[in-house]
Write a protein that binds this ligand. Structure first.
Ligand SMILES: [Zn+2]
Length: 206
């Protein structure tokens, strides 16, 4: 059984948003087309309290892009984004959501960030996504969304680590690219762990 995991396609990650991923909106038609080929679709949603410690604004004298030590983990600081209940945290208007069976929120603990849809960055707490997929009999997950070098990558690495056959859709994702080759490096890192990177046509044509 296959599942499609749609990662963080939220307004703040789209052009014009608080933490805009360049061309992030271009993944929406790809993801909408992919959805027709799946019986089980879930979505993740970055969903932070305003006090979240991944926000540079919550650290005196710090700017987005700076790094801090957050409870023993290296944490890059971000602009304020995806605050619970805000318009920026909402899913993209054009994203098809009617087939999404369940939404897994992450990043709600103010003291730890959560890139992966499965666990926080310290692997301390599970969102329940792994158990949910297992209960549904899923053995392969296909992942698309934002952003390739953070939440998509860490969701894929955790999926693989949990034993799911894991596929990332290259044209269904875009990267933040704090460094210009972060997209390619993320793809290489995933492939090195046995994650397949494919074009959406490879899934749609079947
Ligand atoms: Zn976030």
């Amino acid at each position: 059984m296959d599942a499609l995991i749609i990662v963080d396609i939220q307004k703040d990650f789209l052009p014009g948003g608080a933490l805009a991923v360049s061309q992030g909106d271009e993944v929406i038609p790809v993801v909408n087309a992919l959805q027709k080929h799946f019986d089980l679709i879930v979505a993740t949603q970055d969903y932070h309290p305003a006090s979240h410690l991944s926000f540079a604004a919550n650290h005196k004298g710090k700017n987005p892009g700076d790094h801090i030590d957050l409870k023993g983990l290296d944490q890059v600081l971000w602009p304020i984004h995806c605050v619970q209940g805000s318009e920026g945290a909402a899913f993209a208007d054009r994203l098809e959501m009617t087939k999404v069976k369940k939404i897994f929120q992450k990043g709600s603990d103010p003291e730890i960030d959560s890139y992966s849809g499965f666990y926080d960055n310290g692997h301390l707490k599970s969102t329940g996504l792994g158990d949910y997929l297992r209960q549904k009999g899923v053995d392969r997950v296909v992942i698309a969304g934002l952003a390739a070098d953070y939440c998509v990558k860490f969701t894929a690495l955790d999926a693989k680590g949990l034993g799911f056959d894991t596929v990332v859709v290259k044209d269904g994702t875009r990267a933040v690219n704090l460094k210009e080759d972060d997209f390619e490096r993320a793809l290489e890192e995933m492939e090195a762990q046995g994650i397949k990177v494919v074009g959406s046509q490879e899934i749609i044509k079947k």
